[in-house]
Design a protein around this ligand. Structure first.
Ligand code: HEM
Length: 294
C-alpha cells in the first residue's frame, strides 16, 4: 500500500464507528433484497476523523450536480396521484444517454444475502500520495471476509436485514471470527492495457464511469465489527452524519464534483433531521443483546 499512499492512517490500528443503512429516505421502509445497502464509517485518524459513506454499487448514475438534480426529481411525488411518475426514470435515462452504462451496471448488480456479505463502494476518486509525494488517484471498496450468499427473496420480516446482521455479529463473537471487511484501494490507470495505450484511461472526475477491471487492487486495512449499538438507546449513532469530504491527512479530494455536492447536501439534511421528532426504530438494544429473532 505504501507504494501508493504514505498516509499515517494505513499504518495504525484505530477505532472505527460505522452505520449500516438502506437507500430510501423513508426510515420505516421494509427491508428488501433490492434496496440500496450502505455502510458509512468514521475512522479515527491521528489528527481527527475520516468519514466515508458507501453503497453497494460500483458507480452512480450521475456525473455532476445537474445529473443529480434531474435524477432525484424522478422520485418527486405527484400530489394528484400520491406517487412518483413511473415514466420519470425511463425519461431520465433517455435524456441522459451518457449515464446509460452506469444505470445498466447499477441495475445489473445482484444483491447478496444480507448486509454482511455485501461489498460497499466509495464510488468517487480521491488522491493519495506516495513517500516521494507523487499523486495517485484511487477509489475504495469494502470487501467482506464473509462468504457471499444468495438473497432471501420473500423475507417475512421487515427488519430481516438488520436482524441477520445482529445474529451474524453474535455468531461471529461465539466462533471468535468477527465480521470483517477489507478496505481495498483500486489504483487508477494501472491496468496493463491502459499502460500499454490500448485501453482508455480511467475517468478520475466522473463517479458514473467504471474503471478498468484489470486495475491493481491493494489492501489498505481491515475493519472488524466488535460491537453493535441500536440507534435509539445508546445514542451513539444519533447525531451523526458522514461527509465524504472529511478525509485523513494524505488523502485529498479529486476534481470529481460529487463528494463536494454530497458534503453540502448532507450538512443541510443533517440539520433538518436534527430538528425532527424521531420515532425509535424497530430494532432495539435489547434485541441486539438477546439475538435478532427474540
Ligand atoms: C449527489 C448524489 C447524492 C445525494 C444528493 C445524496 C444525498 C444524501 C442525503 C441527503 C443523505 C442524508 C444525510 C444526513 O442526513 O446525514 C445521504 C446519506 C447517505 N448517502 Fe448519499 N447522496 C448522494 C450520493 C451518494 C453516493 C454516491 C453514496 C455512496 C457511494 C452515498 C451514500 C450515502 C450513505 C451511506 C448515506 C447514509 C449515511 C448514514 O448512515 O448516515 N450517497 N445521502
Amino acid at each position: 500500500m505504501q507504494l501508493y499512499s504514505d498516509a499515517e492512517i494505513f499504518k495504525i490500528q484505530t477505532p472505527v464507528l460505522g452505520r449500516f443503512s438502506l437507500g430510501p429516505g423513508n426510515p420505516f421502509v421494509a427491508d428488501k433484497p433490492a434496496l440500496t445497502r450502505s455502510m458509512a464509517l468514521k475512522i479515527k485518524t491521528p489528527e481527527g476523523v475520516w468519514e466515508t459513506a458507501m453503497n453497494n454499487t460500483p458507480v452512480i448514475p450521475m456525473s455532476n450536480a445537474q445529473d443529480a438534480y434531474d435524477l432525484f426529481k424522478t422520485d418527486a411525488i405527484d400530489p394528484k396521484t400520491g406517487k412518483a411518475d413511473p415514466k420519470a426514470f425511463p425519461n431520465f435515462v433517455k435524456t441522459h444517454p451518457w449515464l446509460y452504462d452506469a444505470v445498466k451496471i447499477a441495475s445489473a448488480s445482484k444483491p447478496t444475502s444480507d448486509l454482511t456479505d455485501t461489498t460497499y463502494y466509495g464510488v468517487s476518486a480521491f488522491i493519495t500520495h506516495d513517500k516521494a509525494g507523487k499523486e495517485q488517484a484511487v477509489r475504495w471498496k469494502m470487501v467482506p471476509h464473509q462468504a457471499v450468499g444468495t438473497p432471501i427473496e420473500e423475507a417475512n420480516d421487515q427488519d430481516y436485514l438488520f436482524k441477520n446482521l445482529i445474529n451474524k455479529v453474535q455468531a461471529g463473537e461465539v466462533a471468535q471470527k468477527p465480521l470483517a471487511w477489507d478496505m481495498v484501494m483500486i489504483i487508477a490507470n494501472t491496468a496493463p492495457e491502459i499502460q500499454g495505450g490500448t485501453a482508455p484511461k480511467d475517468m478520475i472526475n466522473d463517479s458514473s464511469k467504471v474503471w478498468n477491471e484489470k486495475d491493481l487492487e491493494v489492501k489498505a486495512g481491515t475493519v472488524t465489527v466488535e460491537k453493535l449499538y441500536s440507534e435509539n438507546e445508546d445514542g451513539l449513532c444519533k447525531p451523526m452524519s458522514f461527509d465524504p469530504t472529511v478525509l485523513p491527512k494524505g488523502i485529498e479530494l479529486s476534481d470529481d464534483p460529487i463528494p463536494r455536492l454530497r458534503s453540502q447536501l448532507y450538512m443541510k439534511s443533517f440539520y433538518r433531521r436534527a430538528g425532527e421528532n424521531q420515532k425509535p426504530s424497530e430494532v432495539t438494544t435489547d434485541m441486539i443483546e438477546k439475538g435478532g429473532n427474540s
